[in-house]
Design a protein around this ligand. Structure first.
Ligand code: N01
Length: 860
């Protein structure tokens, strides 16, 4: 029974008094809200309170790893080193607590055990290990991402008679290893930071390594003058940080490791190495975390550095990482880590080759050897991101526990909230960039977003919020799509939940970066908290929907284009538009290597034209795909879809011939169509000389190129040849008169605009010619007897509906057709190899269709 006393005593209950808890308390006090934090430790500091192992330091530079919310605070605090030590960061947290008089709202040495949502009273009842229950309107978990240690999953630990230490809960008085033999298990950041200092003291140190890690030297020391100078423009610098990928200002790469010369790549890696900083390691080039090949260039650079330091080649082999792409596990920053293994009294044991069988009374037993130790240090990591949240029994609507809700992974909206758990927030929760970013910056962003949300609710007289399941599912799917584009899922990392047996394998942080994430959160707020259901005296309301409807790489591309503020193509002359298009293409990722690339000419309808031939590596002869590039009949040439043609060649095992055609306005309709047909005739007539197989010929095209491909199939049918095995039309232009919903809904904002399409038509064909089937193949009277077709469209393409209409019309006429509209994709997605990885599935479908068309392949 609910009584008056059950009503909320507090506005907000907070768990944790680390950086997040401190700023929450300060923020809410400023808003006139009552808030209290509960903290297990006897002081503030969170992770910096607990992790006192030797060598514990931050891996984000001190200048960046601090609060920005108070200009006086940021000016008065002086950091002593580039990377602050744990004691210094702890002193900073204590200073913040004292300066803003926050301790009076913190209950120390109090562990929260349970939090239960009270539907009737619209509040949370929170119970502590001291036996008391407090009630609050809002409940916020500020428990940190790396605070719940992973259980030690090695048998026999209780048998060991020596000293046991764990890096995450190191004795406050410190440990003296002088004269002792020490075993250290774990070579993540904690192990890598502590091992050199343990080894300096101990008589003998043995390190047990399961997976070698990538570590780079921190180059720690005094703060560089240019970094110190940042304080003169600290607020601007912070604002810059908010719009970066990791929350630290620096170069945001737009170019690709695989496009620059070997010399440039090497030089840039050397500069990174000398900088001793990890935030930009994975973003020096745009493809490092996307392409295995690109990643390997950096990984190999780091491996060579590691090998160059270690004297014993066997030891170097063990310490050199090979098992996962670099930066897909948190890279480590070290001081003399690899050098430590050159000491006579330091050994490394490769426990992949020689597994630990148990902890014994005297030490550690491995398959091949027993080791005796005075002390064992466990640096075995954390049940990251979800561990601390699930360590408390949190129950939402209808008594549902968070543990049950998250049985298959942490469902969440924005990494901040969970559907069915009203008035509940997580700071830097799973689904937010958190651990992949400068944590203090991400904490500030969350605290400020929450504060704005509570202010909105206050103003609108709303008392309860709850994210909708639609919004939650959408965000989780968006997060998964984002991580699936990257190499992160390849590592058995704590990011993926892979370090804890039985934990669901999902990518826990949002990997799209803090700037993209901040835009999402801002967009949600700007749309009256899209995806949230509210209730209260101000009324019930729900603005349901998805905050991101395009695929994440498409969103990223659109955001980049937006920032570039380019004038629209249709405001340019054809020459200017061509030059702009070439300049934009120049930055595209290169396609894959193919067996051979040959440039040549063919007889077009009115003179010689260029083509580029891509030959597979396998022994020929091969089937042939004749390809027509996109560009609205005005832009582009036979080389402008180079990456796509290479990819198509590899995926299909066919020769791809990209044939140029004359462009408008210089050569208007029907020049392009006539050249396309001439190309078909020439390729068919010379197929064996070109390395192809007689009659094994299909056509493919994108956009206006797909228009040409569709048209040549009709022309070939009418002319009685050449025979075409199949046609693949990618976001085709097939109807000049199209006025379907996609033309209106996607008229703007998705690269190809309605206005640009009109501009293309205006250059290509007089209105009188546009209904000619050679211009608008959908308008042909007869669509029977055409080669089988695959038509690919994107949800956000203005041409989506005409592509679908062509498929329907072909089908009606008895032509075999398959049509797929890819969700979240735009007109330019499918040929953007390397730039839009979420369209890889479509590219596979295209290849599969072509392979099916080629009879020889089907037979094979
Ligand atoms: O933990 P980890 P951590 N038998 O999980 C090994 C942050 N941090 O505490 O890789 C044998 O990275 C495990 O082996 P494997 C930072 O974000 C930051 O070091 O699973 N070995 C691995 O080598 C970091 O990423 C700083 O094969 C076992 C190690 O233990 C995160 O915290 C400093 C084992 C665990 O590495 C976690 O770092 C410290 C077993 N049963 C931490 N179980 C800064 O610099 C685990 N291992 C700011």
């Amino acid at each position: 029974m609910m009584t008056e006393s059950n009503k909320a005593q507090l506005d907000v209950i907070i768990v944790g008094a680390g950086f997040a808890g401190l700023y929450l308390l300060h923020k809410f006090r400023g808003m006139g809200l009552s808030a209290r934090a509960f903290e297990t430790a006897d002081d503030v500091g969170g992770t910096w309170y607990w992790n006192r192992y030797p060598g514990a330091r931050c891996d984000i530079e001190s200048i960046d790893y601090s609060f920005s919310f108070d200009p006086e605070l940021e000016q008065e605090w002086e950091w002593s080193e580039k990377y602050a030590t744990q004691p210094e960061i702890l002193r900073y947290a204590q200073h913040v607590a004292d300066r803003f008089d926050l301790r009076r709202d913190i209950r120390f040495e109090t562990r929260v055990e349970q939090a239960v949502w009270d539907e009737e009273q619209s509040c949370w009842h929170v119970t502590t290990d001291k036996g008391d229950t407090v009630t609050g309107r809002f409940f916020i978990m500020a428990t940190g991402c790396l605070s719940q240690p992973k259980d030690i999953d090695i048998a026999g630990i209780e048998d060991f008679t020596g000293e046991i230490y764990r890096t995450h809960s190191w004795p406050h008085e410190g440990v003296d290893f002088t004269g002792k033999t020490v075993g250290v298990i774990g070579t993540g950041s904690s192990g890598i930071q502590s091992i050199p200092l343990i080894a300096e003291q101990a008589d003998h140190t043995t390190v047990f390594q399961r997976t070698a890690n990538y570590s780079i030297p921190a180059g720690n020391g005094p703060i560089a003058p240019e970094k110190e100078a940042v304080k003169k423009r600290y607020q601007d610098y912070r604002e810059e940080a908010r719009w970066t990928k990791v929350g630290v200002p620096g170069k945001e790469a737009m170019d690709f490791a695989l496009t620059v010369s070997d010399e440039e790549r090497q030089q840039r890696y050397e500069e990174l190495w000398d900088k001793g900083a990890i935030p930009h390691l994975g973003s020096e080039f745009a493809d490092i975390l996307i392409s295995e090949e690109a990643n390997e260039t950096l990984a190999e650079f780091v491996r060579n550095k590691i090998r160059s330091v270690i004297e014993d080649s066997n030891v170097a082999d063990i310490l050199t990482p090979t098992e996962f792409p670099i930066c897909t596990k948190r890279a480590c920053l070290d001081t003399n880590y690899y050098q430590t293994f050159n000491k006579d009294n330091v050994d490394i044991v490769d426990i992949k080759a020689n597994p630990i069988t148990s902890i014994t009374a005297s030490g550690i037993a491995t398959q091949d050897q027993d080791f005796t130790f005075d002390a064992i240090v466990f640096a075995t990591g954390f049940d990251a991101m979800t561990g601390a949240l699930l360590a408390i029994d949190i129950r939402g609507r209808a008594g549902q526990s968070l543990k049950d809700k998250w049985a298959d992974g942490p469902l969440n909206y924005l990494g901040l909230t969970v559907s069915g758990f009203p008035n509940f927030f997580m700071i830097t929760g799973p689904g937010s960039p958190s651990v992949l970013s400068n944590m203090v910056l991400s904490i500030e962003q969350h605290v400020e977003w929450i504060a704005d949300c509570l202010a909105y609710m206050g103003k609108e007289e709303l008392t309860v919020f709850d994210p909708t399941e639609t919004a939650e599912t959408g965000w989780v799917e968006y997060g998964t799509a984002t991580s699936d584009m990257t190499l992160f899922p390849q590592a058995k990392s704590w990011y993926m939940g892979a370090n804890v047996p039985g934990k669901p394998r999902v990518c826990l942080p949002y990997v799209g970066g803090v700037a993209a994430y901040r835009r999402v959160c801002n967009d949600v707020a700007a749309q009256n908290y899209l995806g949230f259901r509210f209730d209260g005296p101000g009324g019930a309301r729900c603005n349901d929907g998805l905050v991101r409807r395009q695929q994440p790489d498409v969103v990223a591309l659109l955001e980049i284009l937006d920032e570039m503020e380019l004038p629209p193509f249709e405001s340019m002359s054809p020459e200017e538009a061509r030059a702009t298009s070439v300049a934009m293409n120049a930055g595209n990722p290169p396609g894959p290597e193919v067996g051979e690339v040959v440039d040549g000419t063919y007889p077009g309808a009115d003179g010689s034209l260029d083509y580029r031939l891509y030959r597979p590596e396998s022994a020929g002869p091969h089937p042939v795909t004749l390809y027509f590039h996109g560009g609205g009949w005005v832009l582009g040439d036979h080389t402008s879809d180079d990456a796509f043609c290479r990819d198509l060649c590899n995926n299909t095992g066919s020769i791809v011939i990209s044939a140029n055609y004359r462009h408008a306005p210089e050569a208007p309709f029907p020049a392009a169509a006539d050249d396309g047909f001439a190309a078909l005739q020439w390729v068919a007539g010379n197929i064996e000389t070109l390395g192809g197989i007689e009659r094994e010929l299909a056509v493919c095209g994108w956009s206006a190129g797909a228009n040409i491909a569709a048209v040549v199939c009709q022309l070939a049918r009418d002319a009685g040849g050449p025979a075409v095995r199949g046609q693949v039309l990618i976001t085709p232009v097939v109807d000049a008169s199209d006025d379907s919903p996609s033309m209106t809904d996607n008229a703007e904002g998705f690269v190809l605009t309605k206005a640009l399409m009109e501009w293309f038509w205006d250059h290509y064909a007089d209105p009188a010619h546009r209904t000619d089937p050679k211009a608008s193949p959908l308008l042909a009277d007869d669509l029977s007897g055409l080669p089988p077709a695959l038509i690919i469209t994107g949800e956000f393409d203005p041409l989506r509906d005409q592509g679908k209409a062509y498929a329907e019309a072909l089908s009606k006429a008895g032509t075999e057709v398959r049509q797929t509209t890819y969700p979240g994709q735009i007109h330019t997605s499918f040929t953007a190899v390397g730039a839009i990885p979420t369209a890889d599935g479509a590219r596979q479908e295209i290849a599969a269709a072509l392979k099916q068309y080629f009879k020889v392949m089907e037979a094979a």
